[in-house]
Design a protein around this ligand. Structure first.
Ligand code: NDP
Ligand code: OXD
Length: 315
């Protein structure tokens, strides 16, 4: 029983160590090793080398090394077997930390104070209470829901938007195309935690940004955008135009149309944009190896896998 670790651009060392410790009965190989391709029953992948899966005739399950599975579902060589994604408290908490940091940066006007500090300017700004600020979260899955609950605990007025209708205590829930307009119209800080699918491609565009609330209590009133979902969701030219026209008052972006973000992107130097390099919720090798080992043990016992992806929906 062998698992192939296939991840382009990551350091294999810590992953091999963690996988060996988490699943001592499993052989662990990487694309650089010599191995019998017929022996591979499991793959754990992040941007696996092109054509890799087609060479593995006895593959039973593919594990994504991230919560997102767009890197797998877009492949031509994906066999018709279960795809399992990362769902664990470690990743969820990391995302929520990043989200809370970014929401508070916009709410507490930290970007303005950073600029004041550079100018040695002592200028206290009027500060609204969190309860007067409406946060809208696109995506109420594992990550969106945790963010909603934590932001609500901090006192923000939180709403969420998802594909299917939901009921979450203390969160105003909107769904589908029909609910989008009303959701946007009551959103001062838009947080995007959607997966990248054909339906969500380019969803953060000029039309959507124009629909955000322009009547908020924040100084300047204009809304802010935070995206940690995927770069494919956003039209960067539209975001820049919205910032320059004053439709948006700021943006925090962790994901980009092209990653790494090209050095000549105007986003780098825009004074209203905060950039992080796709680290909102890094994958922890230990937590992920433990999760994959637990799923393989279930599969070997003939039990259902826990976190399989719905390939029809794309997430
Ligand atoms: P989930 O699958 O748990 O949740 C996805 C949510 O998006 C669901 O609420 C779903 O609605 C909603 N959704 C999907 N498609 C649509 C649509 N067309 N219209 C409206 N709502 C839609 O995913 P997670 O919360 O675990 O993760 C979300 C994404 O975050 C990942 O796919 C990944 O791209 C990104 N991510 C980014 C990281 C980073 O470091 N930047 C780290 C980890 C993840 P419904 O509930 O009705 O199905
Ligand atoms: C993920 C990511 O999908 O890190 O987990 O982007």
């Amino acid at each position: 029983m062998t698992l192939l670790l296939a991840m382009t651009g990551w350091d294999y060392g810590p992953w091999i160590t963690r996988f060996r410790a988490a699943a001592p009965d499993l052989g662990i190989v990487t694309p650089d090793d010599r191995f019998d391709s017929g022996s591979i029953r499991y793959v754990a992948a992040w941007n696996a080398p092109e054509g890799q899966f087609a060479m593995l005739p006895n593959l039973e399950v593919i594990f994504s090394l991230g919560a997102g599975v767009d890197h797998l579902l877009k492949r031509d060589d994906l066999p018709d077997i279960p795809v399992v994604r990362v769902v664990n408290d470690d990743l969820t908490m990391r995302m929520t930390e990043w989200v809370v940091l970014q929401v508070l940066m916009h709410h507490r006007q930290q970007h303005a104070y950073d600029a004041f500090q550079r100018e040695r300017k002592w200028d206290p700004l009027w500060q609204p209470a969190a309860s007067a600020v409406r946060v809208g979260i696109m995506g109420l899955g594992v990550l969106g829901r945790d963010a909603a609950e934590k932001l609500s605990l901090l006192g923000f007025d939180v709403a969420g938007w998802s594909r299917s209708p939901k009921q979450i205590a203390g969160i105003a829930c909107y769904s589908g195309e029909d609910g989008l307009k009303a959701f946007l119209a009551r959103t001062d800080i838009l947080l995007v935690l959607l997966p990248s699918t054909p339906d969500t491609a380019g969803i953060i565009n000029a039309d959507l940004l124009k629909g955000l609330a322009q009547d908020g209590v924040m100084p300047g009133r204009f809304p802010a955008l935070i995206n940690a979902g995927r770069g494919a969701l956003q039209v960067e030219g539209d975001i820049l135009a919205a910032l320059d026209k004053g439709i948006l008052k700021g943006a925090s972006l962790d994901v980009f149309e092209t990653e790494p973000l090209p050095a000549d992107s105007p986003l780098w130097s825009h004074p209203l944009v905060a950039i992080t390099p796709h680290i909102a919720a890094d994958s922890d090798p230990q937590a992920i190896a433990d999760g994959v080992a637990a799923e393989i043990a279930r599969h070997e016992r003939g039990e259902a896998l826990l976190h399989t992806v719905d390939r029809g929906k794309g997430y």
